[in-house]
Design a protein around this ligand. Structure first.
Ligand code: CAA
Length: 257
């Protein structure tokens, strides 16, 4: 049985990491199942993806400490690559990915949510990178993404001191966009996913590519990337439909791709 559940709701989908007895900790099996679940998403039909954790206590409590405890340096590096490959797949996934963080997001849990486009959380969420207290560095991108998302000085404090931050602080520092009650979290994630899904899919995908790839480029190259993606939207069905709807004052739009 897969440790990752997949549910389609119209043109949005939800991936639930489901290993509740270990607070959804990421062992190799979960990483493999997540990788396979991502490959199975029909990105031509699904327009936004939500990732959450099973239960009300934990999103993901990190990489599996039991599995890591006996690794050699070579195996540790390979385990890091395994997680990084899956998380990079999420980060570069063609459609937007929303993390609905429903509790602990520690170590690999914080790292997986940082590979998503948008993070929202419940009021019991706790974020942190406890690795230095386990004698390791963050291994699934934490040293790289945290300092790019929040202030580098605060990222360093969190990583070196292993202090956790709560939902309110995560919102204050821009790690999450919004905080909801536990019951409101998934409906809010679905509402946001549906709002994204209403817009032209080809344009939304191009926006994601422009933002993500542009952030790694000098501004002069980044704006050229935008110009190319902007240009690629013209004469698509959705550009013609979207502009026609505006010009003819029509509310309903039929975006297809
Ligand atoms: N790996 C393996 N098992 C884990 C786990 C993890 N990361 N986190 C929790 N579990 C297991 C516990 O061992 C426990 O199992 P048993 O019932 O069999 O004993 C079960 O989940 C419930 O956990 P607790 O009893 O500890 O629950 P709690 O409410 O007392 O504490 C917690 C919750 C604060 C999240 C605590 O479980 C904890 O500190 N977990 C570890 C968090 C952590 O250090 N994560 C980083 C891992 S390293 C990493 O992620 C490296 C990387 O970057 C790739």
């Amino acid at each position: 049985m897969s440790t990752v559940l997949y549910e389609v709701k119209g043109n949005i989908a939800i991936l639930t990491i489901s290993r509740e007895k270990a607070l959804n900790a990421l062992n190799s099996e979960v990483l493999n199942d997540l990788d396979a679940a991502l490959d199975a998403v029909d990105v031509n039909a699904i327009r936004a993806l939500i990732i959450t954790g099973a239960g009300k206590k934990s999103f993901v409590a990190g990489a599996d400490i039991g599995e890591m405890s006996t690794l050699t340096p070579e195996e540790g590096e390979a385990f890091g690559k395994k997680g990084n490959d899956v998380f990079r797949k999420i980060e570069t996934f063609p459609i937007p990915v929303i993390a609905a963080v429903n509790g602990f997001a520690l170590g690999g849990g914080n790292e997986i949510c940082m590979s998503c486009d948008i993070r929202i959380c419940s009021d019991n969420a706790i974020f942190g990178q406890p690795e230095a207290g386990l004698g390791i560095t963050p291994g699934f991108g934490g040293t790289q993404r945290l300092a790019r998302i929040i202030a580098p000085g605060l990222a360093k404090e969190i990583i070196y001191s292993t202090k956790n931050i709560d939902a309110a602080k995560a919102k204050e520092v821009g790690l999450v966009n919004e905080v909801y009650t536990q019951d409101e979290l998934l409906p809010a994630a679905e509402k946001l996913a549906n709002k994204i899904a209403k817009n032209a899919p080809i344009a939304v995908r191009a926006c994601k590519k422009a933002i993500n790839e542009g952030l790694d480029l000098p501004m002069d190259e980044a704006i050229v990337l935008e110009e190319k993606l902007f240009g690629s939207c013209f004469k698509t069905h959705d550009q013609i439909e979207g502009m026609d709807a505006f010009l003819t004052k029509r509310k309903e739009k039929n975006f297809i791709n």
